[in-house]
Design a protein around this ligand. Structure first.
Ligand code: HEC
Length: 159
């Protein structure tokens, strides 16, 4: 009985002696989680994403798309426009007033383009054309607010 107690006490002592040693080992430094950061200029997003996808959608929806492939292409382009809205949300201007208005317009672009993607997924031609006109309105509202002299018209041949 005494022997067992001795070994128990010895084991306890050993455990206490080792725990602090183990804890004093240097911990690997925790890396901060990566954050969203704007990289490209707004102008490049306009020229590389907003403008080409809007123009392509105008052409694609000039007449009713013939097959599922064309509709799925339209859906993809609409989603790229919606993602452009997300990218714009990351790069508001510095002033507080400018920031609030910018965020609203960028979110409008995302919502209207996501609506267009849903219409394309449903192969609803009338709804898709209306939604593309709505996207162009979102583009133009931001351009007006920030005095950008660019007027977006997805269906120029209609006039
Ligand atoms: C949140 C605001 C905002 C939204 C939404 C927006 N734009 Fe712009 N756009 C700008 C600003 C700001 C500029 C000027 C960029 C510069 O010159 O630095 C610009 C410039 C442009 C230009 C001219 C680029 C050049 O070469 O100078 C085009 C084309 C354009 N936008 C198309 C669009 C289209 C199409 C959409 C909608 C799908 C859109 N924009 C939505 C803010 C916006």
């Amino acid at each position: 009985m005494i022997r067992t107690r001795f070994w128990f006490a010895a084991a306890l002592f050993a455990a206490c002696a080792f725990v602090p040693v183990a804890q004093s080992q240097p911990q690997p430094a925790k890396k901060a989680a990566p954050k969203l950061e704007p990289v490209a200029e707004t102008k490049l997003l306009m020229e590389g994403m907003a403008d080409p996808n809007t123009k392509a959608l105008g052409k694609l929806l000039a007449a009713k798309p013939k097959d599922a492939e064309a509709w799925s292409f339209a859906r993809g382009q609409a989603l790229l426009l919606a993602e452009t809205g997300n990218l714009l949300l990351m790069r508001p201007p510095k002033t507080k007033d400018g920031q609030d208005s910018w965020l609203v317009h960028a979110a409008d672009l995302r919502e209207s383009a996501a609506g267009l993607a849903r219409a394309a997924a449903a192969k609803d031609y009338v709804q898709a054309r209306t939604a593309l006109a709505g996207v162009a309105n979102a583009c133009n509202r931001c351009h007006q607010a920030f005095r950008v002299g660019v007027r977006v018209d997805p269906f120029p041949d209609d006039r």
